[in-house]
Write a protein of this length. Structure first.
Length: 200
């Protein structure tokens, strides 16, 4: 899910930016510091929206840069458990598929790609035995987040599934929605009425 997040930080403005207006110099420094930043609480930083407040600058002897207490806003992407996310298949391996969700990639284990027995082909295609469905690089899909780990902040792990209803390759979902609904008709049991015979 995408969020707008407000943060406060001590921002270091290098001497090369001293010729710019303070706000311009600070926003450049914020962008430099937070470009590609990943954090468990914040998520994946997409962009800096703007600077809300800049305090007085402080120069630390021996550094030469100025430091400003700054409040600023970021746009971030943070995957949430059980969230449904659209994406595109980036790569396929014998153990599953990698789905790119814009700022981050998730992994779908081969057993979670479809509700079928799945086999891997050398041309990077996953195929369902009974359903005859195929999954290849470039396919547009819809998946659900089932695991999120930020143990390695530079390489967070996002686990996905496409085995639930309404998930999978968009073509599969379309086909399911267009499929006619078969209603089984149950034969109604006729109740036999027992007549009472009058005794003479």
């Amino acid at each position: 899910m995408f969020y707008k997040v407000q943060l406060k930080d001590h921002i270091r403005v290098a001497p090369k930016h001293f010729g710019n207006a303070v706000n311009d110099a600070v926003i450049k420094a914020v962008r430099e510091k937070y470009a590609g930043y990943i954090d468990e609480d914040v998520g994946f930083v997409i962009d800096v929206l703007g600077v809300n407040e800049v305090g007085e600058g402080v120069i630390i002897p021996g550094d030469g840069a100025a430091y400003y207490d700054t409040t600023f806003e970021l746009v971030t992407f943070k995957p949430e458990m059980y969230e449904i996310i659209p994406g595109r298949v980036k790569d396929i391996a014998d153990f599953g598929a990698f789905l790119t969700m814009g700022p981050a990639d998730g992994m779908i284990h081969i057993s979670q790609t479809m509700d079928d027995f799945v086999s891997f082909a050398k041309d990077k295609v996953l195929s369902g035995k009974d359903s005859k469905r195929t999954l290849k690089v470039g396919d547009e899909c819809r998946a659900r987040v089932i695991a999120v780990s930020f143990k390695d902040p530079m390489n967070p792990k996002i686990g996905l599934t496409m085995r639930q209803a309404g998930l999978g390759k968009l073509e599969w979902i379309e086909a399911e929605n267009k499929a006619p609904v078969v209603v089984e008709k149950k034969e109604e049991k006729k109740e036999e009425k027992k007549g009472k015979k009058a005794k003479e």
